[in-house]
Ligand binder design. Sequence first.
Ligand code: UT7
Length: 327
Amino acid sequence: MTIAGTGSYVPERVLTNADLEKLVDTTDDWIFSRTGIRERRIAAPEEATSHLATHAARRAMENAGVTAEQLDLIIVATISPDTFFPSTACHVQRNLGALNAVAFDISAACAGFLYALQIARHFINSGNRKTVLIIGADKLSGITNWQDRNTCVLFGDGAGAAILQARDPTDPTPRGVLSTVMASDGRLTDILSVPGGGSAMPITPENADQRLNTIHMMGREVFKAAVKHTCEACETAIARAGLKPEDISLMIPHQANVRIVDAICERLKLPPEKAFLNLHKYGNTSGAAIAIALDEAARSGRMKKGDNILLVAFGAGFAWAASIIRW
Ligand code: UT7
């Protein structure tokens, strides 16, 4: 299975750390030194997750030279769907006119794009599907408590997409996914969640007043779990691919906190310049983060044919994943 094309989209509106200083008791210095984030993009009120996803998808299709009719599977990884149902993937399918595709969403928070990559890989490798569109898209601004400085400084909106196809058997270099690790630990559901709005706590005026329909996070617990699990997942993914850390040309990590990325680099003894970062521009865009970074790394020439790329993500669930792809 190979990645035939990538695309991404972020909304126009920029929200800087200086803008946030006017909303909550925070400073640019605190946000940048603790996270590495300078600004993030915020979608317009009428711009739903499917709009972001559709823009990214069109760019990926153009990049891969693929038409809407060729798509036979669309997977959208999101935790901020347009509606509980139908799926955001069905909205994207309609927008693209991709009527030969089966379309569905998956929920794995920030690990969603890597989960989608793995699901798509199985569909393609089994011969079941030929041309798959995977998208990571989130509009977290809609589920952010803009009065909570612990969380509102971290997140942003965006979407990234990739077109996946079967590997050309005549290509002498084995390209595509070399190895994958996927894992979850449901004992940690409480450290990062939106508690209200679902069947466990249908939204009422009272719990909406308490902002229970927005992101709640125990930041330090998430930080510790992220470092532990992502480091282990990277080591396993590298070993399963038959590689050593020094064989990795570029790491594309989840864009949540530069200190988490530094910890992974230190553990793997990867020079920090091998980590692709764009969180200073976009913050944490959840399911979109790795997908946007992959597209930017591809378009800026950071990946050359044959390079071993390490992708790693973690998030609510707790859910995490790592993959080695040969570009
Ligand atoms: O995709 C997965 C999503 N989440 C993550 O990856 C988040 C993982 N966690 C983190 O990145 C970090 O834990 C944070 C960036 C969220 C927080 O950094 P920290 O170094 O763990 O800070 P802290 O939560 O321990 O807070 C330290 C202090 C506290 O004040 P006191 O109790 O020491 O007086 C907070 O109240 O910083 C305070 N604080 C802030 N100050 C200014 C918390 N948020 C802010 C803020 N501005 N925005």
